[in-house]
Ligand binder design. Structure first.
Ligand code: URA
Length: 433
C-alpha cells in the first residue's frame, strides 16, 4: 500500500477502505508517513469529506493508536461528558462533583488547552496544591473510594489525535465535522466510559457557528458512539453569548462554587441540569430526566454536592478550605468597569469577542509555553435580552497590569450590540440528538 495512492483516491472523492485508513493512521504515528503527505490527505478529506462508515473506522484506528484506559475495576456505570468548548464553560467543575454526589462514578481526564481561558485543570489549579498527577491504579482507587477523580491527559492515550491535531491546526483543517468527531470520540472511547453525554456548542464562540453544522457534528458523534456500543446522547447548546457570567480561571471557579451552593446564574444552571439529568439516567441512578433533575437540585440544596467538591479537591492535594473562603483564591490586582454607551436592550453579546478580550487580559494562552494569569478575566453584568441604561455597568475587567485594560475594553464594547427593541433572552438547549 502507498500513501500517495490513498491521497489520490480521496482527492478524487472515493471512499477509503478500512485497511487504508488504518494504514495512514498507524503509519503517521510510527513516523513512516511524513507530515507533508498527511497534510495533503487531511486537505483532501477536508474538501471531499468522510462517510459515516469511514469516520467510524477512523475513530477506531485512532483509538487503538496508543494505550486505552481500563475502568472495569470501577463499580457502576461510568458516564463521561465532553463539551466541544466555549467561552465561560465551567460546566465540568459543577457537573463532576454533582453527579458524583448522585452516585455516578466520575473518572475524568481533562486538559489545559489553548484558548480564551485555561482548561478544567488550569481552573482547578486555582486551589493551592491541587494536582492531577497520579498513576492509573491511584486513579481507579480514588474513583472507587470517593466517586470522583480527574487526571491530566496522558501522552500514551490516542497519540494519533495529538499528532493529527497539531497538523490540522496549521493546515486550516480543524473545522471539519468528521475530523472533529474522530478527535473527540477516539479520546472519549479510549477513556473507557460506558456512556457518553456530549455538549455540542453552537454560535460565535464555538467551532460550529450555526445550528445546522452543530447538529451534523452531534449526529456524527452519536452515531459513532453507538457504533462502538456506547450509549451516546448529544445536546446542541447556545454559545453565541458566553455561558454564565464569569470568564477567567479563578473567576470561573468562584462562579462554580456559588453554583454548587445554589446561587448559580440561571443559564448556566439550566445547562448543568440538562446535562446532569441525562448523566444520572444513563448512570442508572434515576429513571427519567425529571427524577434526575429533582435529585440534582436536592443534592445542591442539601449541600451534598458542595461537600463532594471539597472532598474531591482535598483528595487531589488541594486546599479545600479555600472553597469556603473564595477570597483566598487567585485574584487580579486591578478592576475596570465597562459602561453602556447608550440605553436600550442587549441584542447580542458575541462570545468570541469576549473570549478574545479575556485572552488580552491574560486569562488564556495562545501558545503552549504561555503562562496563564489565574486571577484575570471578565465578569459580565448584562447579557442578551437585558435592558440597560446609558452609563450602566456592562462588564468588569480584571487584570494584573492596568495597561491591558484599554484594548480589552474596546473589544468588550464591540461585543455588545444594543438596540431599541426588547428581545427575548436566548434558549440554552437548542436540540437534543
Ligand atoms: N476538540 C477536540 O478535542 N478535537 C477537535 O478536533 C476539536 C475540538
Amino acid at each position: 500500500m502507498r500513501m500517495v495512492d490513498i491521497i489520490a483516491k480521496k482527492r478524487d472523492g472515493h471512499e477509503l477502505l478500512p485497511e487504508e485508513i488504518a494504514f495512514f493512521v498507524n503509519g503517521f504515528v510510527s513516523g513512516d508517513i511524513p507530515d507533508y503527505q498527511m497534510a495533503a490527505l487531511l486537505m483532501a478529506i477536508y474538501l471531499k469529506d468522510l462517510s459515516h462508515k469511514e469516520t467510524a473506522v477512523l475513530i477506531d484506528a485512532m483509538l487503538h493508536s496508543g494505550e486505552t484506559i481500563d475502568l472495569t475495576g470501577i463499580a457502576g456505570v461510568k458516564v463521561d461528558k465532553h463539551s466541544t468548548g466555549g467561552v465561560g464553560d465551567k460546566t465540568s467543575l459543577v457537573l463532576a462533583p454533582l453527579v458524583a454526589a448522585a452516585g455516578v462514578p466520575v473518572a475524568k481526564m481533562s486538559g489545559r488547552g489553548l484558548g480564551h481561558t485555561g482548561g478544567t485543570i488550569d481552573k482547578l489549579e486555582s486551589f493551592t496544591g491541587f494536582s492531577v498527577e497520579m498513576s492509573s491504579e491511584e486513579f481507579v482507587d480514588r474513583v472507587n473510594r470517593h466517586g470522583i477523580a480527574i487526571c491530566g491527559q496522558s501522552k500514551e492515550l490516542v497519540p494519533a489525535d495529538k499528532m493529527i491535531y497539531a497538523l490540522r491546526d496549521v493546515t486550516a483543517t480543524v473545522d471539519h465535522i468528521p475530523l472533529i468527531a474522530g478527535s473527540i470520540m477516539s479520546k472519549k472511547l479510549a477513556m473507557g466510559a460506558d456512556a457518553i453525554v456530549l455538549d455540542v456548542k453552537c454560535g460565535s464562540g464555538a467551532f460550529m457557528k450555526d445550528q445546522k453544522s452543530a447538529v451534523a457534528l452531534a449526529l456524527t458523534m452519536v452515531e459513532a458512539g453507538k457504533a462502538m456500543g456506547k450509549e451516546t446522547v448529544a445536546l446542541v447548546t447556545d454559545m453565541d453569548q458566553p455561558l454564565g457570567n464569569a470568564i477567567g480561571n479563578a473567576l470561573e471557579v468562584k462562579e462554580a462554587l456559588e453554583s454548587l451552593q445554589g446561587r448559580g446564574p440561571q443559564d448556566f444552571m439550566e445547562l448543568v441540569y440538562a446535562l446532569g439529568s441525562r448523566m444520572v439516567v444513563l448512570g442508572q441512578k434515576a429513571h427519567d430526566l425529571e427524577e434526575g433533575r429533582k435529585m440534582l437540585e436536592d443534592l445542591i440544596s442539601s449541600g451534598a454536592a458542595f461537600a463532594k467538591f471539597k472532598e474531591f479537591i482535598a483528595t487531589q492535594g488541594g486546599d479545600a478550605d479555600q472553597a469556603d473562603f473564595p477570597e483566598t483564591l487567585p485574584a487580579a490586582k486591578y478592576m475596570r468597569e465597562v459602561k453602556a454607551p447608550e440605553s436600550g436592550f442587549i441584542h447580542r453579546l458575541e462570545a468570541d469577542l469576549i473570549g478574545h478580550a479575556s485572552m488580552l487580559l491574560g486569562a488564556g494562552r495562545a501558545t503552549k509555553a504561555d503562562v496563564i494569569d489565574l486571577g484575570a478575566g471578565i465578569m459580565l453584568r448584562q447579557k442578551r435580552g437585558d435592558r440597560v441604561a446609558k452609563g450602566q455597568v456592562l462588564a468588569e475587567l480584571y487584570a494584573n497590569k492596568e495597561s491591558l485594560f484599554a484594548e480589552a475594553e474596546k473589544v468588550v464594547l464591540s461585543a455588545y450590540k444594543i438596540g431599541k427593541k426588547a428581545v427575548p433572552g436566548p434558549d440554552l438547549v437548542l436540540k437534543v440528538v
